[in-house]
Unconditional design. Structure first.
Lengths: 72, 203
């Protein structure tokens, strides 16, 4: 079969649908009015801990972050 | 939309079955599969144990397609963090599909539509409720149930117009100065989302 319909511009640039969808959602959230914006930022907070490994062992026990917005 | 579509599709599928993929039954039409020979031989070998269940025995049968078109559309509108509408019976829903604003009435052809940033409106009698949807999908089933899933959907009153203008200006500028493909794509997304919000607020 020939290739399907033209790919969307974000897929042509190497972005996946999930990344696209998350960027759209973040942009919408940034444009909300005040009480709703704070609620959504609170709701979307992600807690994660990051550790670099060397020789099969974590170099630090891990440092704890949280990000309210993915970089965009 | 075409009410005869499913009949026409199955008719053309059987006609073209020689060259197309083997026709698969829709999941609403599968017979209930309890293999009686298996159950009998199980009972012979292990009479005191219940025969094992299969995943299909746990599935509730899908509501069948009514023979006549129902009068109301049942809408399930869900977000990752909340269920906005659950099983609500409405007259019509207009969804912002990538192919344009799509009106969904009861008896709509089964469709899967990808949504673009835009307004979704739910019409119930004279009541119209509008949401700005960031992106998502809409699954329209043969039994007039519409499952709409969105990542973020807000009522229009919650959007701040000044921030939308600021964002639009910022991303238009970023689009002009972008260098790599990825930056261009991100800026383009920003421009699209902000212009959609702008149009939603003013339209």
């Amino acid at each position: 079969m020939a290739s399907s319909a033209a790919v969307p511009f974000w897929r042509a640039a190497g972005m996946t649908y999930i990344t696209y969808s998350n960027i759209c959602a973040n942009l919408v959230r940034k444009c909300l009015k005040e009480p709703f914006k704070a609620e959504s930022m609170n709701r979307e907070k992600v807690h994660f801990s990051l550790s670099k490994w060397a020789d099969g062992k974590p170099q630090k026990p891990g440092f704890f972050f949280f990000f309210t917005l993915l970089p965009v | 939309m075409l009410r005869q579509a499913s009949r026409l599709i199955s008719r053309s599928a059987t006609a073209a079955s020689s060259k197309s993929v083997t026709a698969r039954a829709f999941s609403t039409e599968l017979p209930s599969t309890i293999d009686s020979t298996f159950v009998e031989s199980w009972k012979k070998v292990a009479p005191n144990m219940d025969p094992p269940q299969t995943p299909s025995s746990f599935m509730k049968p899908r509501p069948s397609t009514a023979s006549s078109i129902p009068t109301k559309l049942t809408v399930n509108f869900v977000l990752p963090y909340a269920s906005e509408l659950s099983g609500k019976e409405v007259d019509m829903v207009i969804i912002p599909a990538t192919t344009g604003q799509m009106g969904v009435l009861p008896g709509h052809v089964p469709t899967i539509a990808e949504l673009k940033p835009g307004i979704m409106s739910v019409h119930e009698g004279t009541d119209i409720k509008k949401y700005f949807v960031s992106s998502g999908f809409a699954f329209l089933h043969a039994n007039s149930v519409a499952d709409i899933i969105a990542v973020e959907a807000v009522p229009l009153e919650n959007i701040d117009a000044s921030q939308v203008q600021k964002g639009l200006a910022e991303f238009t500028q970023k689009l002009a100065s972008a260098s790599t493909d990825l930056e261009k794509a991100e800026a383009q997304i920003g421009v699209e989302v902000h212009s959609a919000m702008n149009a939603a607020l003013s339209g």
